[in-house]
Design a protein around this ligand. Structure first.
Ligand SMILES: [Zn+2]
Length: 389
């Protein structure tokens, strides 16, 4: 069914978007007479919807009563604390996952990669809930699922349950700190890559291991990626180590990341080092952003807003020029920055002067569209029923 979103502003122009089958079919002058007339954007700014490449739908505390956290001391203590906390939740995993997904959709996030905890004790409980949610939201949100052995792939004997998870619908193999947690860097990575080969899955490794230990781990990841021909399907999340070791010592690692098409994903931490964007971009390494901790056992902060995370990325890096503010937006979306004929009609409308202003000021999302359907926001609606989901 054809529909028209009128008076959408981008690059200083106001245009109508003609949408059919969820795609932008035409971009036309707003003065043109149109018979199908669905939504008046009234000159609000067009922004592409957001991609949150690192989150945990199963581990946040949104919708729960306030839980007191404890300061981080050691990883094993923290993992025990988290496990106890999660087993005491009032809401089911399914309910909590839906709460966060809805928060994200309202803020304009239509693509996510979520890690989902699996271990022999937990089994596939969390995964099953998130798989159901993916089915439920398939018209609104693209969800990639990483089977995540939070307690350590080898440390918690999770290889068997990881196989079950991959057999049952997880898309990627997760892992965490091959040195710090599993204490066997090669064996841990080999187990991850074996799983990825056996199930034709991608890989996304949580890597907090610092300094040269972390860089050594990344070097092995790039080696294994090439050996298993997984180029373009492997990511390292966090990679604090790339912000701790000097650029002069990182050039081989950066080249290897580029050659193996291994991407780096960061939640833009403000309390610890993060990979240096300029170093990665000039080396041609793909960089993506996620929200990660959203009110969970690790942090009481976070609201799931990727636009705010893009703003934090720009601010943390001291970006003030138009070029860099625009670049910041490119890291938080998987879409073109302006509407393009033939692309999926996933966009949102905000009251901002331009994309730079939006990154700097993080305006409210007045409306969010997924495949051309209004999924959030009622204002500016015109006569007639809006096409419902
Ligand atoms: Zn994480």
């Amino acid at each position: 069914m054809k529909k028209v979103i009128k008076n959408v502003r981008f690059e200083g122009k106001v245009r109508d978007l003609v949408i059919e089958n969820g795609l932008i079919q035409e971009i036309v002058e707003s003065e043109m007479e149109t018979e199908v007339f669905t939504y008046d954007a009234k000159g609000l700014l067009y922004l592409p919807t957001l991609a949150d490449m690192h989150c945990h739908l199963d581990k946040h505390l949104l919708g729960e009563s306030w839980r007191s956290l404890q300061p981080f001391t050691t990883l094993s203590k923290q993992l025990k604390f988290e496990k106890e906390l999660l087993s005491s939740m009032e809401n089911s995993v399914a309910t909590r996952a839906l709460i966060l997904a809805e928060v994200m959709l309202k803020q304009g996030t239509t693509k996510i990669r979520t890690h989902v905890d699996v271990d022999p004790e937990l089994g596939l409980k969390h995964l099953e809930a998130v798989l159901e949610l993916r089915e439920q939201l398939k018209e609104l949100m693209e969800i990639e699922i990483v089977a995540f052995p939070q307690q350590g792939l080898l440390r918690s004997n999770s290889v068997g349950i990881m196989k079950e998870a991959l057999r049952n619908g997880a898309d990627l193999v997760g892992g965490v700190d091959p040195a710090g947690l599993d204490r066997r860097v090669e064996a841990s990575l080999e187990a991850m890559f074996d799983l990825s080969v056996e199930f034709n899955a991608g890989i996304d490794l949580h890597l907090h291991d610092p300094g040269h230990l972390g860089v050594y781990t990344i070097d092995l990841v790039t080696d294994y990626t090439r050996q298993t021909q997984k180029q373009g399907r492997v990511a390292v999340s966090h990679a604090y180590c790339l912000g701790m070791v000097a650029d002069t010592e990182l050039s081989d690692t950066m080249n290897a990341l580029k050659e193996a098409s291994v991407s780096i994903i960061s939640s833009v931490p403000i309390d610890r080092p993060m990979p240096r964007i300029e170093t990665m971009v000039s080396a041609g390494v793909t960089f993506q952003v996620g929200t990660d901790n959203i009110r969970d056992a690790w942090s009481p902060y976070g609201n799931g807003d990727m636009l705010q995370r893009g703003s934090r990325l720009a601010e943390k890096n001291g970006w003030v020029t138009d070029e860099l503010l625009t670049k910041a937006y490119s890291f938080i979306t998987n879409r073109s920055l302006t509407p393009k004929v033939g692309e999926k009609a996933d966009f949102m409308l905000v009251d901002a002067q331009n994309i730079k202003d939006a990154i700097a000021s993080v305006p409210k999302r007045e409306a969010v569209f997924s495949k051309g359907n209004l999924i959030s926001g009622e204002e500016h609606q015109l006569e007639g029923e809006y096409i419902s989901r």
